[in-house]
Design a binder for this molecule. Structure first.
Ligand SMILES: [Fe+2]
Length: 121
Protein backbone atom coordinates (compact mmCIF):
# COMPACT_ATOMS: atom_id res chain seq x y z
CA UNK A 1 0.00 0.00 0.00
CA UNK A 2 1.23 3.47 -0.88
CA UNK A 3 -0.20 6.74 0.43
CA UNK A 4 -0.90 7.82 -3.15
CA UNK A 5 -3.39 4.96 -3.49
CA UNK A 6 -5.43 6.52 -0.67
CA UNK A 7 -5.64 10.01 -2.14
CA UNK A 8 -8.93 10.47 -3.97
CA UNK A 9 -9.71 12.94 -6.72
CA UNK A 10 -12.57 14.15 -8.88
CA UNK A 11 -14.29 17.21 -10.28
CA UNK A 12 -14.68 19.79 -7.50
CA UNK A 13 -17.94 20.97 -9.09
CA UNK A 14 -19.54 17.61 -8.24
CA UNK A 15 -17.41 16.27 -5.40
CA UNK A 16 -17.36 18.52 -2.35
CA UNK A 17 -14.08 17.18 -0.92
CA UNK A 18 -11.82 18.08 -3.84
CA UNK A 19 -9.62 21.08 -3.03
CA UNK A 20 -9.98 24.01 -5.43
CA UNK A 21 -6.85 25.87 -6.53
CA UNK A 22 -7.55 29.41 -7.70
CA UNK A 23 -4.30 30.83 -9.11
CA UNK A 24 -3.35 32.83 -12.19
CA UNK A 25 -2.45 30.64 -15.18
CA UNK A 26 0.58 32.80 -15.79
CA UNK A 27 2.78 34.80 -13.37
CA UNK A 28 6.05 36.72 -13.44
CA UNK A 29 9.16 35.09 -11.94
CA UNK A 30 9.74 36.18 -8.37
CA UNK A 31 6.45 38.07 -8.09
CA UNK A 32 4.32 37.23 -5.06
CA UNK A 33 0.94 35.86 -6.16
CA UNK A 34 -1.98 34.77 -4.04
CA UNK A 35 -2.89 31.11 -4.49
CA UNK A 36 -6.41 30.72 -3.11
CA UNK A 37 -7.32 27.32 -1.74
CA UNK A 38 -10.69 26.07 -0.58
CA UNK A 39 -12.87 23.01 -0.16
CA UNK A 40 -16.54 23.28 -1.01
CA UNK A 41 -16.53 26.03 -3.65
CA UNK A 42 -19.63 24.61 -5.37
CA UNK A 43 -21.09 22.23 -2.79
CA UNK A 44 -20.42 23.19 0.84
CA UNK A 45 -18.69 20.57 2.98
CA UNK A 46 -20.00 20.11 6.56
CA UNK A 47 -18.12 22.07 9.21
CA UNK A 48 -19.17 20.51 12.52
CA UNK A 49 -17.19 18.98 15.40
CA UNK A 50 -18.11 15.54 13.98
CA UNK A 51 -17.30 16.15 10.29
CA UNK A 52 -14.87 18.74 9.01
CA UNK A 53 -11.97 19.63 6.74
CA UNK A 54 -8.86 19.70 8.94
CA UNK A 55 -6.29 21.10 6.50
CA UNK A 56 -5.24 21.86 2.95
CA UNK A 57 -1.57 21.55 1.93
CA UNK A 58 -0.08 23.09 -1.18
CA UNK A 59 2.83 21.55 -3.09
CA UNK A 60 4.72 22.66 -6.18
CA UNK A 61 6.39 20.36 -8.70
CA UNK A 62 8.74 22.34 -10.97
CA UNK A 63 8.43 21.35 -14.63
CA UNK A 64 12.16 20.71 -14.76
CA UNK A 65 12.41 19.10 -11.33
CA UNK A 66 11.88 15.65 -9.94
CA UNK A 67 10.50 16.34 -6.47
CA UNK A 68 7.50 18.06 -4.94
CA UNK A 69 8.16 21.08 -2.74
CA UNK A 70 5.74 21.65 0.15
CA UNK A 71 4.85 25.35 -0.11
CA UNK A 72 2.54 25.66 2.87
CA UNK A 73 -0.50 24.55 4.77
CA UNK A 74 -3.80 25.99 5.92
CA UNK A 75 -5.12 24.50 9.20
CA UNK A 76 -8.77 24.75 10.22
CA UNK A 77 -9.00 24.18 13.95
CA UNK A 78 -12.52 25.19 15.01
CA UNK A 79 -15.70 23.50 13.68
CA UNK A 80 -19.25 24.17 14.81
CA UNK A 81 -21.18 27.33 15.65
CA UNK A 82 -17.84 29.12 16.01
CA UNK A 83 -15.94 27.90 12.96
CA UNK A 84 -13.21 28.70 10.52
CA UNK A 85 -14.11 28.04 6.91
CA UNK A 86 -11.89 25.70 4.87
CA UNK A 87 -10.47 28.39 2.65
CA UNK A 88 -7.53 30.76 2.56
CA UNK A 89 -4.61 32.06 0.59
CA UNK A 90 -0.88 31.44 0.38
CA UNK A 91 1.32 34.15 -1.09
CA UNK A 92 3.78 32.35 -3.33
CA UNK A 93 6.83 33.40 -5.35
CA UNK A 94 7.89 31.01 -8.11
CA UNK A 95 11.03 30.91 -10.26
CA UNK A 96 9.89 28.47 -12.93
CA UNK A 97 6.77 26.93 -14.41
CA UNK A 98 5.31 23.80 -12.94
CA UNK A 99 2.31 22.21 -11.26
CA UNK A 100 0.54 23.31 -8.11
CA UNK A 101 -0.89 20.34 -6.20
CA UNK A 102 -3.33 20.70 -3.33
CA UNK A 103 -4.18 17.95 -0.84
CA UNK A 104 -7.06 18.28 1.62
CA UNK A 105 -8.05 16.11 4.56
CA UNK A 106 -11.60 15.35 5.78
CA UNK A 107 -11.73 13.61 9.16
CA UNK A 108 -14.35 11.15 7.87
CA UNK A 109 -13.56 10.84 4.17
CA UNK A 110 -9.78 11.00 4.01
CA UNK A 111 -7.39 12.59 1.55
CA UNK A 112 -8.30 14.43 -1.67
CA UNK A 113 -6.19 16.11 -4.30
CA UNK A 114 -6.27 18.38 -7.31
CA UNK A 115 -3.67 20.14 -9.42
CA UNK A 116 -3.25 23.19 -11.64
CA UNK A 117 -0.52 24.09 -14.11
CA UNK A 118 1.10 27.48 -13.60
CA UNK A 119 3.30 29.19 -16.14
CA UNK A 120 6.16 31.48 -15.00
CA UNK A 121 7.50 34.07 -17.43
FE1 LIG B 1 -16.24 14.76 4.44
Amino acid sequence: MKIGELIQSGDWKGEKHVPVIDAPASVKAGEAVCVKLCVGAEIAHPNTPEHFIAWIKLYFKPAGGKFAVELGELDFNVHGELAVEPKGCLSVKLKESGTLIAVSYCNLHGLWESSAEISVE
